[in-house]
Design a protein around this ligand. Structure first.
Ligand code: 5RP
Length: 262
């Protein structure tokens, strides 16, 4: 069944499948958003349904909450869970320091709140998202709708003083209308091309009134799991610097693929 997936989906699936092994019964789990995170939610659902794993999920978006419930995961609000054992989420880019750009799916605000409220954040990804310097992926910045054009102008002015290679700012659209986050906010995408000092950029952007949060995740990710299409996974641990390689057996997940094909 896994043979019917594209190489990129196989890579995402391999990372997701390995990451759910970190989840133990009784854990409160932050559920990320995006296509890689959706694989993780399906894998976790399979463990809940078929192995009786007992977990409580906190979703980082309405669409993840819907998927999680569909696959049998109990979902509660963050304030009910209060603190999480682990969050597993995707990323748009990651660098050697495990700094991330997130928010390609527009869920960066809830993703950052949930990841920060977790003992451990595990990022699941394919190798193509590793970069020498962050910034090729446009940096999403969530802003409130009130006065957003003024906020955009302030952002553009602020970028002049920052060591970045590009400074184009655009409003994210959803067809003909501006994209709205789950909080009803807007996203400005910053085409910075290369961010020399992500920590400084993250701090400076959040000083601008109207900016709710930016998609730079610094010192939040603890582990990166990088999947490859042949089932190989590489695990990198931020604290120890340890790197391990393993192989996922796709045949073990045939049930999951059968469910998806229905
Ligand atoms: C959503 C995110 C996602 O994690 C990021 O966009 C990666 O998505 P995908 O796994 O589909 O490539 O930050 O806001």
């Amino acid at each position: 069944m896994a043979g019917e997936l594209s190489p990129i989906d196989k890579a995402k699936f391999a990372a997701a499948r390995r990451a759910v092994d970190f989840v133990e019964s009784g854990m409160r789990v932050g559920l990320g958003t995006g296509s890689t995170a959706a694989w993780m939610v399906r894998c976790l659902g399979e463990l809940v349904r078929e192995q009786g794993l007992s977990v409580t999920g906190v979703a980082t978006s309405a669409r993840t909450a819907a998927l999680a419930r569909e696959v049998g995961i109990r979902v509660v609000e963050l304030d009910e869970a209060k603190w999480l054992d682990i969050t597993i989420d995707g990323a748009d880019e990651f660098d050697a320091d495990m700094a991330l750009i997130k928010g390609g799916g527009g869920a960066l605000l809830r993703e950052k709140i949930v990841a920060t409220a977790s003992d451990r954040m595990v990022v699941i990804t394919d190798a193509a998202k590793e970069v020498a310097a962050l910034g090729a992926f446009p940096l999403p910045v969530e802003v409130i709708p009130f006065g957003w054009r003024t906020t955009k102008a302030l952002l553009e002015e602020t970028l002049v003083s920052l060591d970045v290679m590009g400074r184009e700012v655009s409003l994210r659209m959803d067809g003909q209308a501006p994209f709205r986050t789950d909080e009803g906010n807007l996203i400005l995408d910053l085409a910075l091309r290369r961010i020399t000092n992500p920590r400084q950029v993250a701090l400076v952007l959040n000083q601008i009134p109207g900016v709710v949060e930016n998609g730079l995740f610094i010192d939040i990710c603890d582990t990166v799991v990088i999947g490859e299409a042949d089932g190989t996974v590489e695990l990198r641990d931020a604290a120890s610097g340890r790197v391990e390689r393993e192989r996922i057996d796709f045949a073990e997940s045939d049930n999951l693929f059968r469910d998806l094909a229905r």
